[in-house]
Ligand binder design. Structure first.
Ligand code: F6P
Length: 323
């Protein structure tokens, strides 16, 4: 295989804290190995619209601790079309870019698979999403930060919930995945966790809340994953079933922002570096990841056939401790 002398780096899909740390790792590793590194601005849309510029060491100075992505990102479903991908490939070719590092979530994997299979572009994916919903890696960049952000918010909500003796329904992000809700529920001491992966029984939950009240509990928190239904609906039903004074809090996009945690930064540094090294060694079509504390890589085609496992142990223990 021809030696790769020039690579691109792009962030796609929803942003995640640690994306900047990963961009820095990619740029610095590329330059370390004597490559030219190009940034692609505004995700797949920017690639099609030709917003591509060369990056140097200084362009990634002082960004590792910053939330968001300096390359910006976009939801761009149009990239499924062949015409858009043809234009993207032409733009890469014109700049002499021979390989691509894609930092993003599950949507980016499908686009990357198409570029790798249909256009033979050497491409390596770095999993970054607050949802932690990507198989082939135990953790995604940004997940740990989002969990910490939600926990900090719930600790504050607990204060007011206790003062007013209320039940709070806290809706956290996670379109199709209950990962954030399960971890947050466990470590914030929630009285219940509702996620799309498990059936839940509102009558049982209402009874356990009332039992808790009889024993002297003064505040209640139920964490609901976005993908499990509307926090508002669940709140109304629980108010009716329990007679408790209920409030609903939707944490929303605050979970996507903020300075990345030490763990999100560590994953980003290592996964970004590994991604470039794979390209250097001619190993495209792969996604880097962390499995049982080891840094690995898996063919993107395989990742797309896998299903992410939920943390059943956290869910089980959270249920026991929520008594
Ligand atoms: O990036 C993942 C995520 O934050 C999901 O948890 C959420 O459902 C979705 O993105 C929201 O996307 P957008 O910001 O495009 O509305």
């Amino acid at each position: 295989m021809k030696k790769i002398e020039s690579i691109g780096v792009i962030t796609t899909g929803g942003d995640a804290p640690g994306m900047n740390t990963a961009i820095r790792a990619v740029v610095r590793t590329g330059i370390y190995y004597g490559m030219r590194v190009f940034g692609i601005f505004r995700g797949w849309r920017g690639l099609v619209e030709n917003h591509i510029f060369q990056m140097d060491l200084a362009s990634v100075g002082n960004i590792l601790n910053r939330g968001g992505t300096i390359l910006h990102t976009a939801r761009y479903p149009e990239f499924k079309q062949k015409r858009q991908k043809d234009i993207a490939m032409k733009n890469l070719k014109e700049k002499g870019i021979q390989g691509l590092v894609v930092i993003g979530g599950d949507g980016s994997l499908r686009a990357s698979a198409a570029l790798y299979n249909e256009y033979k572009l050497p491409i390596v994916n770095v999993p970054a999403s607050i949802d932690n919903d990507i198989p082939g890696t135990d953790y995604t960049i940004g997940y740990d930060t989002a969990v910490n952000t939600a926990v900090e918010a719930i600790d504050k909500i607990r204060d007011t919930a206790t003062s007013h003796e209320r039940l709070f329904i806290v809706q956290v992000m996670g379109r199709g995945s209950g990962s954030i809700a399960i971890d947050v529920g466990l470590v914030s001491g929630a009285e219940g966790v509702i996620v799309p992966e498990y059936k839940f029984d509102l009558d049982k939950l209402a009874k356990s809340l009332l039992d808790g009240k009889k024993r002297g509990k003064r505040s209640f928190i139920i964490v609901v994953a976005e993908g499990a239904g509307s926090g508002q609906d669940i709140g109304e039903k629980l108010a009716h079933k329990t007679g408790l004074d209920v409030r609903v809090s939707v944490l929303g996009h605050m979970q996507r922002g903020g300075s990345p945690s030490a763990l999100s930064r560590e994953y980003a540094c290592k996964l970004g570096c590994h991604a470039v090294e794979l390209l250097k060694d001619g190993k495209g079509g792969r996604m880097v990841g962390i499995k049982s504390d080891h840094y690995t890589s898996t063919p993107i085609a395989k990742v797309l056939t896998m299903k992410k496992k939920i943390d059943t142990e956290s869910y089980r223990i959270s249920h026991i401790l929520s008594i």
